[in-house]
Design a protein around this ligand. Structure first.
Ligand code: FAD
Length: 429
């Protein structure tokens, strides 16, 4: 059985940030920076050449959040900082022996979003600090504003360029799904056994390692709609683009941001849309009203203010059966109805695949919701290192760690806490 010091599960923004730091790209602070707290400022100045080397519990014990220590240097102001004003820099050091298994290539779930998906926030919020997105735009002759929303057709190439630029690709095994993480037997000199399956060949893979970075993302286990007939050929379990759905009448099942996106894009492409949601109208309207800073929610406002001839909204409703030929039965608060559609798109989100950790019982979770309507259970972690409180040596990265916002800008700096802890524990710094 092959052994690696660290195995990273998941090649999204969460996993990639840790990979780059373990590859040897260590942060340092340089120039004229100022933390709001004089105590933190002194810490930073003392350790500015190698902040990963000090134990961030020292900050935590004094009431400062270690993740903010790095986030404040990466995003010191609301807007994007011009490249020449960055005080967060990187020095290349020796690499740690890490290997990544990921079902998708670099970029995580952005590889599978709708074809025209834009982010909810500006491009620089999606950035991983080791390779600024402004530099990527410059190097690839993209004439873009880093303070504007970014299209997934720019974002996925950015994450791919990140892996290329920082020399990560030789250690990334794409098309490999981690199926189980378990404690290693006493006769093996390692802490974990990681089992995986190669999705192309179907072959099982088994590695041992000392540390696991768990970055499989918020959609690694897609929710299942509780309805009969979801295997009918007119039912799609993810939305892509209006052209992928022939015919005029499309039903969208969901109610969160992804379903809103699908329903609106289908509507604006000229389809007749029936949008089936479990939630009450007040709750949907609240999301629309609170999201008016986003162009596609302004458009929702226009659709609702208009005559809505091609947008039928069914609140407090559930699809119960999809029959052959496009006949769908819906249970509404006014009784049962049947509708004939050409296509149905189910967009009900997913959860992190914690089944991978089934060998560990009684995991401690933190229920997290955010203003963007994302919700999931996060693993409770040591806030100084992001090490799981239940599984020593396992580090949830990205969304699944407690104490991060549900956005890349919210969780990215966690990669320095994770990599720093692994480097200190393995004696590499
Ligand atoms: C429609 C949509 C819009 C969004 N908009 C924004 C936004 O504007 N700003 C923002 O910050 N966030 C946004 N998000 C949230 C998004 O989750 C983050 O941007 C980011 O992708 C999360 O990073 P991650 O690394 O935690 O997970 P992911 O990006 O999901 O990456 C994890 C990857 O792990 C891999 N994987 C999964 N299971 C396994 C397994 N068993 N074994 C091996 N590999 C596995 C997959 O390739 C997966 O893609 C949006 C999400 C969606 C769905």
């Amino acid at each position: 059985m092959q052994h690696h010091s660290v195995i990273i599960a998941g090649g999204g923004p969460g996993g990639l940030g840790v990979a780059a730091t373990l590859e040897g790209w260590h942060p340092r602070f340089e120039g004229d920076y100022e933390f709001p707290s004089p105590e933190v400022q002194t810490f930073a100045r003392t350790h500015e050449q190698n902040p990963l080397a000090f134990d961030p519990h020292e900050l935590l014990e004094r009431g400062h959040r270690p993740i903010d220590f790095y986030r404040m240097r990466h995003h010191p102001i609301q807007g994007a900082l011009p490249l020449e004003e960055w005080t967060l820099k990187f020095t290349k050091n020796d690499r740690v022996d890490w290997l990544m298994f990921t079902t998708e290539g670099p970029g995580g779930l952005w590889n599978n979003t709708p074809k025209e998906q834009m982010t909810l926030g500006p491009a620089h919020w999606m950035e991983l600090a080791h390779y600024p997105i402004g530099k990527f735009y410059e190097q690839t002759d993209r004439d873009r504003d880093i303070n504007a929303l970014i299209h997934r057709n720019d974002l996925v190439p950015y994450y791919q360029a990140f892996a290329e630029e920082l020399g990560l690709n030789d250690h990334i095994r794409s098309g490999v799904k981690v199926t189980n993480v378990s404690p290693a037997d006493e006769n093996i000199e390692a802490r974990f056994i990681v089992e995986a399956v190669d999705q192309t060949t179907g072959l099982d893979i088994k590695y041992s390692c000392d540390y696991v970075v768990f970055g499989v993302g918020p959609r690694s286990s897609i929710r299942k709609l509780d309805a009969h007939g979801t295997d009918q050929n007119y039912v799609s379990l993810a939305y892509t683009h209006p052209e992928d759905y022939p015919g005029e009448r499309v039903m969208v099942v969901g109610g969160g941001r992804s379903a809103d996106w699908a329903a609106q894009e289908l509507h604006d492409a000229g389809k007749i849309v029936v949008y089936v949601m479990r939630q009450k109208p007040e709750s949907h309207l609240k999301l629309i009203n609170e999201s008016q800073f986003l162009p596609y929610y302004q458009r929702w406002g226009e659709i609702l203010d208009g005559e809505q001839e091609r947008m039928g909204l069914l609140y407090e409703s559930n699809v119960t059966v999809f029959e052959s030929g496009g006949l769908a039965t819906i249970s509404t608060n006014k009784g049962r109805i049947q509708l004939q559609v050409d296509h149905a798109v189910v967009e009900i989100g997913g959860d992190p695949d914690y089944e991978i950790l089934r060998s560990y019982s009684d995991l401690t979770f933190h229920a997290k919701r955010d203003n963007f309507r994302f919700q999931l259970n996060q693993l409770v972690v040591d806030q100084a290192t992001f090490e799981s409180v239940d599984i020593p040596g396992l580090y949830p990265a990205g969304y699944s760690a407690q104490g991060t916002g549900l956005s890349v800008i919210g969780f990215h700096a966690g990669c320095f806490l994770i990599a720093g802890d692994i480097l200190r524990k393995s004696g590499a710094i």
